[in-house]
Each structure stands twice: as structure tokens, then as C-alpha cells.
Design a protein around this ligand. Sequence first.
Ligand SMILES: [Zn+2]
Length: 563
Amino acid sequence: MKKSCNKHFNKKMNYTIRQLLIFIFLTNIAVAYAQMKNNNDRPKLVVGIVVDQMRWDYLYKYYQHYNNEGLKRMLNEGFSAENTLIPYIPTYTAIGHTSIYAGSVPAIHGIAGNTFYIKETQSKMYCSQDDSVKSVGNDPENKGGKMSPKNMLSSSVTDELKLATDFRSRVFGVALKDRGAIFPAGHFADGAYWMVDGNWITSSFYMNDLPSYVKNFNKADFTSAYLSKGWQLAKPSTSYMSRINDDNRYEERFLDSVKVTFPIDLSTISSKKGRDVIKSTPFGNTITLQFAKELITQENLGNNPAGVPDFLAISLSSTDYIGHQFAINSLKIEDTYIRLDKDLGDFFNFLDTKIGRGNYTVFLTADHGAAHNPQYILDEKGNGGYFMKRELQQDLNNLLKPEFGTEDLIYNIANNQVLLNHKLIESKNLDTERIKEKLVTALKKREGVSFATDMERLQVASMPEWIKTMAINGYNYKRSGDILIIFDPQWIENYRDKTGTTHGAWNPYDSHIPLVFMGWGIKQGNTHAPVYMTDIAPTIAALLHIQAPNGCIGKPITELLDK
Ligand SMILES: [Zn+2]
């Protein structure tokens, strides 16, 4: 009896142990599976936002104006890399957008300017120019639409997402400027849209006809609606910090005879200058984000049937047009950032509802900053100045004439580089080295020039190491000029009769950009350690567990990854 009881007990025990072992085994599998799944988790949508010409200090200069839903939300909830620097010169739009998404520099990705010159043929090339494609959404031969990313020699992080998911991820680019939409979206994009004459268009590189929702958006003509409302200050005028009178000598007018003071009548201006005037108002950004919302809804982005992330690359270009025209201390720029902050807040709220808070990752950065208006700095007793490109070219040609017997040895001055007329030099069998030597010597003596150097000898130039590095990174032998000119701080080209401003130089005002990440996979915090524009793409690649772009020279910013 006792024996059988024991037997029964043992049997029961064996059964329990077996059950326990099976349970442990299954639990282990479940945990391993969960971990495996966890390690390969990704956001549903990545949204990249490049604010064209946004200086880093705008995050704080206008902080008091921001509400808790836009830029402040990014700073409070997200991670800000406070010292993000551009590691190359020249600091222009096309290069910035390409470098952000390629994690690379002009020496490698080949976008050496908004416009650059092909050395071999001595021909001018607009960054996204592609004569082999047609414009889609307007006249097929419209030059504004014959665009593609073909001049970009390396891949973008958006391209790598496409490759990593066997083209299941969907990628779109949206910006008023073609170059702001095209390079970020990369070579494999499902679509890129930009604005010509107030309408959203694309090129046959992407598709042969606009989707019906894009046609309908254009038909609804929000552009004209914004223009007819005009531009008033968003807040009572007393709450603005700009101490420059609304009508001042540092701003360029839309029309020669008409002062640009608030409230600005955009109807009259657009009736004379066309509907693209919207680009030079804050409503250019508003309509871009409005179009982005429509695209997310219609394309169902962030809800990919394959369960992989989608990517939307947005660039907000109006900030650049407005900065160029009115300079950076204007009431117009202050109002533009107040309105941008509100538009961003609305956009993040939309993403929360559509994709779900915490399901998407967004990052915001800039392609470059901008200088102060030099005349403003001079009037305030600072240093600065202007150079005239045509005058400089003429002086240099005149300098060479007596020794070389010909007038046009300088082909152009572009991107702060002197381009030699190599065809002429070859045909006359002239000594290129001697020409360069003479030019460098003369340029160094010129007022407003800090350094001048042969671009082939950057490594041995007597310049601070960091500027030298920026110059080498920006130098593409086939697409850059022959002699680099570095101007003194606050010296810019005078192409608007001393009004407005520009960018392109090495100085912090042009090269220090904001970089804030928020959402899925992002820690809350900030760092003051220097990071570089080229670190953005590898950081996104790390977040998505995909390969960094094929020309990437940056490193992931590991502090912000919540892993
Ligand atoms: Zn610009």
C-alpha cells in the first residue's frame, strides 16, 4: 500500500517536473523570441525635417515665443545635439541636404554647390538638373521640373532603408525647393514633390503622372488663398524683440517702389511677381506641412503592410527665402519662426493622432545658417564687409593679362572659388602653376580676404586646421574650382545692394546648425559635445538597424539612442 502510494506520488512528481520543464522551455523560447523581436523593433515612420537656413541660436533667441507643442516639445521630450557643426565648405542648400542624408561631404557625394562646374567640359551644372527627364504636373519641358538625384554620387539613408527592406519601405520627399525634396528622398524614392508657380510638381524620374490627390491639392489652390489673406504679425507688435524698425535699409523689397511693412499685401505683389511669392512668406512652410499631412494620409505612410518603417523627408524652404531677403534680425524672421513653431506643433499633433505618439521618430536640423547683414554690423560698429564678384573677377583677369597676354583666364568665381579657364590655358599652352601662384599672392593682399590657396594644395595651406579640414571635405576635383578664397568674418557677396544676407562660409554663423531628435527610440536629454552634420545619417541608420549610406564618413550619436 505504502509502496503503491509512493509510486503514485513519484508518478505525479515526474508529471509535475515534466510540466515545469516544458513551461520553462516554452518561457525561454517566448523570452528569446520577445528579445529577438525587441532587437529588431523599428519606428513606423521616420520624418526628417530640414529647416532651410535655420541658425542654431533661433532655438533659444525666440524660445519665449514658442508654445509647448512645436520646437519646445522637441527640446523637452527629445534629445538636442547643441553643437552640431557642418564639416565642409561651401555651406549651401543642395550640399547641406545631401550631406545630412548621405552622411557624407562634397568630396565624396559630388554635390559641390547649388550650381557647380564640371571641370572637364567647363560646363555649368545645377545640382539636381537632369535633362533626360520630363517635368510632371506642368509643361513637360518646364526647366523647373527636369530634375532628379542623378548628380548625387553616393546613397542616402533613405536609399539604404529601401535596400534593407527590399524596397518595401516607402520613401517620399517634399519641399518648395526641388533640391530640398530630391536629395533627401534619394535615388529609390517613391516620389519627390516640389513647387513651381504655386503648384506641386515632380519629374518623370519618379512617375509619369501626378497622383490624383496631388492634382486635387493643386486644384484646391491653397497658394492663392494664403496670398489673398496677406501677411500680418502673428502676435501684438509689442511682444516682438526685434528692435529694427519694420522699414529699414537692411531689407530688400519685393517691388522697387513698395515698402515691405506689416501688414504686407501679398495680392498686389503676387499679381506682379507670380504665385511663387508664397515661397518668400511663412505660408510657404505652412503649405508644405499641409501638403505633407495630405501625403501621409493618402499614401498611408507609417502603416506599411510589410511592417517596415516608412520615411518622409520634408524641407521647409521659406525660412531661407525670407532670411536672404530681410536678413536675420528683422521682424519678418521673428514672425516667421513664431509661425513655423505653430505649424510644427500642429504637424506633431497630427502625427500623434495618425501614427501614434511614440510610434514615429522625427528629427529637425538645418542645411546651413546665415550671417548677419554686414551693413547692420558696420552700423553697430562691428567689422564686416562686401565683395563684388564681377569686380573681383575683372581685377584678377586684369592682373594676369600683362604676363599671359590674354583677358579671360578666370572663367568664373563661384562658391568662393576661382575657376580657371582650362580650355584657354591649354590652347595657349600657358603655365597653370604660375597663374595660380600669381592669383594666390594677389588675393591674399586684398581687403576682406583671410586666406587664398590652391585647392590642390589644401593640405599644406597656412590655415587653421579646422578650416583646412572643411575645405578638403568640400573639395571635389571634378566639380570644384581651382583657388579657394576664405573671406574675413562677416564679409559676404554684395548681390542685393547691401540688403538681406547670405551663407556659404566656414564661420559658426553659417556652420552651426540645430539638431533635435524626438520620439521612438530617442532618449530625453542633450549634449554639448561637438557632433557633425555627417553624423545624422549613421544615427538614423543605427536606429533603424540598416546599413549606413555608401559614402558615409560620420558616426552615430550613441548618447541619444534609447537602447
Ligand atoms: Zn540660402
